[in-house]
Design a protein around this ligand. Structure first.
Ligand code: GLN
Length: 507
């Protein structure tokens, strides 16, 4: 059910909002065990909200999202609900405040029915790195749903909520939308407040909607977008009329077709379908303009240097002291004592240079506090998050900073410039969202580089800070859906929504 269908039903009085909520509760109860999208549900709260919103509907004072039931990715803070980022390290943590996007959704009467699964701290492309276990793709439960917003995408695809919020740092809204056959919108950096979004890579992170169609994405963006004094990277620019853009799409748009996005590694059928769509759009009045984005080939490397660097800094706050998981202190103290004893005995028995080395080691032993940090972090973070923290720490280290972090910053600017130049000539740039359809659960788990390469078409939009959308483009002969991506310049969300709508209209 789309947002307009839901609103039509409740505003005409055909159904009570309570019935809609109950329908979703039933669906979650029957399907979630297998799909594993929701990690926390608040059915009572949702039903209570339904009563309140129903009253406002009856009184004629209901908000723009009255009738809408949503799931929220487990890294966006919701007051008095668990916010764990699918990580052991935030085990038991409940947020004490609402993120700005949550406040705005609530103010427009959206009903928030639960928290959805994700890759730990949004690091991943398959939703397999989660303390709650993998999410399954509702189109074929042997396949990954994509990630990191895999729970957000699967929830919508399985109709367990009207829409969801996800986050996109390098593709995490668009890629799972592509794999699950739904719409995913990554707004421009700074268009939506990040206040209350748990940080992964602060200069990339964006909150956005995953939904059944482009209009729903526009309706949600309309509510969550706009300046927020609590996020000083949020923009003062006025919002545009996103819903109007979808309802009145222009057909004579200029679509940039970058050669770099249609080369090696792209599935033939996906390529062919996108070319078909482009010919149809051209026949309908669009102009196709061949363009070049020459630095695209550095996108993955640049992204994985900068995003891990920022992550290593952001994740330093999880020390086991202030919140979340803490290692067993008594065990840790005993362990430390035993180590100290053993080392002291070794020092006593050693002579010469070996003795001096062992004495140094003894002097350098962890303090109980340092050991508690280490142990809590070792136990609390999963393997992929640890890999990112180590990579990020390495690229920021004194001896390598210029060679990696500094250089990647410069390449980021070159990538931005590529887009800037291109958008002087075209309204939107088209590409596949991902090189393939969803793959089998477990298939890429032991090859991180293969996993990272999957983000080849999505990371550059985050590097450039621009907006992008993934819209269903068709079904592969393997039975799985795949998406087409449109990108537009910063704050030109109406253009990607417009282009996305044109694709929907071809069906
Ligand atoms: N797959 C990418 C990564 O693992 C993107 C993640 C995201 O957008 N949150 O970093």
């Amino acid at each position: 059910m789309t947002i307009s269908e839901a609103r039509e039903k409740v505003f005409s009085g055909e159904v009570k909002l309570r019935q809609i909520v109950e329908q979703y509760i039933n669906k979650i109860e029957s399907d979630n065990e297998e799909i594993n999208a929701f990690v926390y549900t608040d059915f009572e709260g949702a039903l209570a909200q339904a009563e309140e919103v129903q009253n406002r509907i009856d009184e004629g004072s209901a908000g723009k999202l009255a009738g809408v039931v949503m799931g929220i990715k487990d890294l966006i803070c919701e007051r008095n609900k668990p916010t764990t980022c699918a990580s052991e390290i935030l085990e038991g943590f409940e947020s004490v405040y609402d993120a700005t996007v949550i406040k705005r959704l609530k103010a427009e009467d959206a009903i928030l029915i639960g928290r959805v699964n994700m890759d730990e701290f949004a690091m991943g492309s398959t939703n397999e790195y989660s303390k709650y276990g993998a999410v399954k793709n509702p189109n074929n439960t042997e396949m990954v749903p994509g990630g990191s917003s895999g729970g957000s995408a699967a929830t919508v695809a399985a109709d367990m909520a009207t829409a969801t919020l996800g986050s996109d740092t390098g593709g995490s809204i668009r890629q799972p939308a592509s794999y699950c056959g739904i719409v995913g919108l990554k707004p421009t950096y700074g268009r939506v407040s990040r206040y209350g979004l748990v940080a992964f890579a602060s200069s990339f992170d964006c909150i956005g909607p995953l939904s059944h169609n482009v209009e729903d994405a526009a309706r949600i963006l309309d509510v969550i977008a706009g300046f927020d004094e609590r996020d000083n990277t949020s923009s003062h620019r006025e919002k545009s009329d996103y819903v109007h853009a979808v309802q009145n799409p222009q057909k004579n748009i200029k679509i940039g077709v970058p050669e770099e996005f249609f080369g090696e590694g792209l599935d033939d059928e996906i390529k062919k379908s996108i070319e078909d769509i482009l010919s149809k759009l051209e026949a309908g009045g669009a102009e196709l303009v061949p363009i070049h984005l020459p630095h695209t080939k550095y996108g993955i490397a640049t992204y994985y240097i900068l995003a891990t660097a920022e992550a290593s800094s952001n994740l330093a706050r999880y020390d086991g002291i202030r919140y979340g998981h803490r290692a067993n202190k008594d065990e840790m103290v005993d362990e430390l004592k035993l180590e100290e004893q053993a080392l002291t005995e070794k020092v006593a028995a050693a002579v010469g240079e070996e003795k001096i080395a062992l004495q140094k080691e003894l002097a350098m032993m962890d303090s109980p506090l340092a050991r508690l940090y280490k142990k809590s972090r070792t136990e609390g973070f999963g393997s992929e998050v640890k890999r990112r923290i180590m990579l990020g720490t390495y690229v920021l280290s004194a001896g390598y900073y210029d060679a990696y972090y500094g250089k990647a910053q410069k390449v980021r600017r070159l990538i931005q410039n590529d887009y800037k130049e291109a958008f002087e000539k075209v309204d939107v740039i088209v590409s596949p969202t991902a090189p393939t359809t969803a793959f089998k659960l477990g298939e890429k788990l032991d090859d991180p580089v293969q996993m990272y390469l999957n983000d080849i078409f999505t990371t550059t939009a985050n590097l450039a800070g621009i907006c992008g959308i993934s819209v269903p483009a068709g079904t592969h002969s393997n039975g799985l859906p795949f998406g087409i991506q449109f990108m537009a310049d910063a704050f030109e969300e109406t253009k990607v929504l417009n282009a996305g709508r044109l694709v929907e209209l071809l069906k």
